[in-house]
Design a protein around this ligand. Structure first.
Ligand code: NDP
Length: 482
């Protein structure tokens, strides 16, 4: 029988997404994988899904109702381009190709343009939630043209996660908007994980509590304003005991963090857009630092301030832990605010009409950063859609005010004890940078004018000025270089 949707690429993500689609009323799913053995395995293992297996692109196209809709879930990069070329060979104008892989948004913009010329619609879609999300309900971030959303919307709504009665999918914007938002989601995920890791490290080294005891702390935090999937799984990981050694698993795992690159993309893109995503950047760099064991080995000679391993002991463990909790909450607000700032800037630069409140809502379920907290972000954008800086919304101003003293104390403790807390401290520096009435950027402008005649503006009158530094140091009016 004819299938209403097809999936190409049946590794873990594609096969789970295909099973999710097949489990919904009214869907018949055609499946294709370059290596047929995987197709055969999926179809044999899941007879209940009623898949239509196909062994060539021609057969795949013939199995689909028109207009054809295919979701690609293959290795991002060259694999995606190869599959698009094959599909274009057998598809017709009006058909829809959806790329659900982790594509770089600029690749998606390029692909959308090229595919559009053939009359086929192309949709780059961010998929979050890993393999479990793909099977049970992911958070979906589709871009692409409006016509495709009309066809795809109902199907995607039927397979997405549901948060507070709403499906975690929205038409994010045109061409690369979906993959852009997915990229920033991953950047925020890096920051959130780093902040949690710093909180754990401070509590462990500051109070001497065991991983199991700290698991209890995180479980407790998960009942309050920090409630989130990442806090929940942190408690699970810290509680895990290694069967082979009887040690906490976290002490047996090599302390070098891996990365697949999407956090780095977020930072590179932010640099291009001129957006300070310092929390995300610190998280990416903390992973890089951890992954250079050769440097850390030779650095064993670097002196600390205190003798040997004497971290100043924390006098009141409970009060300290509460400080760390508030520091984590405040730094998290900064990281999310910076991430949304990047989406706002990306939307302005690429001409996407992105509803930031809708984005925060579709992250409430299915994805790794799902959290109660996202409702507060949605509220902030509902109240003021054009909010220039998320953390200036009343709820966040109140929270930051409440957390501030604890946040500062925690950063002071980290610096004094010699415990690295790059995301905590840089978030605080960002906050103080926003608050500052005057920044030393004025001095930087002076330096730039000194060595490069880059000119400056004055606070007291319009125009652009230059001081004759190598002459008599009088000021002259300069041509505006901007
Ligand atoms: P992989 O990224 O490991 O990709 C394997 C799949 O790609 C196989 O089906 C493979 O076919 C196919 N493939 C690779 N190259 C080609 C090619 N040149 N032509 C045709 N097919 C090709 O699979 P995953 O399931 O882990 O991920 C799929 C996509 O989803 C990726 O883009 C990934 O980044 C993204 N993603 C992954 C998440 C995760 O948690 N894993 C979360 C969100 C998105 P064959 O069997 O023939 O080798």
């Amino acid at each position: 029988q004819a299938a209403n949707i097809g999936v190409v690429g049946l590794a873990v993500m594609g096969s789970n997404l295909a099973r999710n689609l097949a489990s919904r009323e009214g869907n018949t799913v055609a499946v294709f994988n370059r290596t047929y053995a995987k197709t055969d395995e999926l179809v044999t293992e899941h007879p209940e899904a009623g898949f239509v297996p196909t062994s060539s692109y021609e057969e795949f196209a013939a199995a689909l109702q028109k207009p054809r809709t295919a979701i690609i879930m293959v290795k991002a990069g060259a694999g995606t381009d190869a599959v698009i070329d094959e599909l274009l060979r057998v598809f017709e104008p009006g058909d829809i190709i959806v790329d659900g892989g982790n594509a770089l948004f600029t690749d998606t913009i390029r692909r959308e343009k090229a595919v559009r010329e053939t009359g086929v619609n192309f949709v780059g879609m961010g998929v979050s939630g890993g393999e479990e999300g793909a099977l049970l309900g992911p958070s979906l971030m589709p871009g692409g043209p409006d016509e495709s959303w009309a066809t795809l919307g109902p199907i995607l709504k039927s397979i997405a996660a549901v948060a507070e009665g709403e499906p975690c999918v929205t038409h994010v914007g045109h061409d690369g908007a979906g993959h852009f938002v997915k990229m920033v989601h991953n950047g925020i995920e890096y920051a959130d994980m780093q902040l949690i890791a710093e909180a754990y490290d401070l509590i462990r080294r500051g109070t001497g509590k065991s991983p199991a005891e700290i698991a209890d702390v995180f479980a407790e935090w998960n009942r309050g304003e920090l409630e989130s999937y990442l806090i929940e799984i942190t408690a699970e990981v810290l509680r895990q005991v290694d069967a082979a050694t009887g040690e906490p698993l976290v002490d047996v795992i090599v302390d070098q963090a891996g990365a697949k690159g999407t956090g780095g993309w977020t930072v590179q893109t932010a640099i291009d857009l001129g957006v300070p995503v310092s929390g995300i950047a610190e998280a990416v760099f903390a992973r890089s630092l951890s992954s250079h064991p050769e440097q850390r080995e030779v650095s064993g000679e670097l002196p600390g301030w205190h003798d040997a391993d004497a971290v100043p002991p924390v006098r009141d463990a409970d009060a300290f832990i509460e400080n760390v909790r508030l520091a984590l909450f405040a730094s998290k607000i900064v990281a999310y605010s910076q991430g949304f700032d990047e989406i706002r800037a990306g939307a302005a630069h690429y001409g996407w009409d992105i509803d930031l409140g809708a984005v925060s809502k579709i992250w409430r379920g299915g994805c790794i950063i799902r959290a109660q907290f996202l409702n507060r972000i949605a509220d902030a954008y509902d109240a003021e859609p054009g909010l220039p800086v998320l953390l200036t919304a009343p709820y966040f101003v109140e929270a930051l005010g409440r957390a501030q003293a604890a946040w500062r104390r925690t950063v002071v403790y980290a610096a004094t004890a010699g415990i690295p807390a790059p995301a905590f401290s840089s978030s605080l520096a960002y906050y103080d940078g926003l608050r500052a009435e005057r920044l030393p950027a004025a001095l930087i402008q002076g330096q730039r004018d000194f060595f490069g005649a880059h000119t400056y503006k004055r606070i007291d009158k319009p125009g652009t000025f230059h001081t004759l530094w190598s002459g008599d140091r009088t000021e002259v009016e300069a041509e505006d270089t901007h």
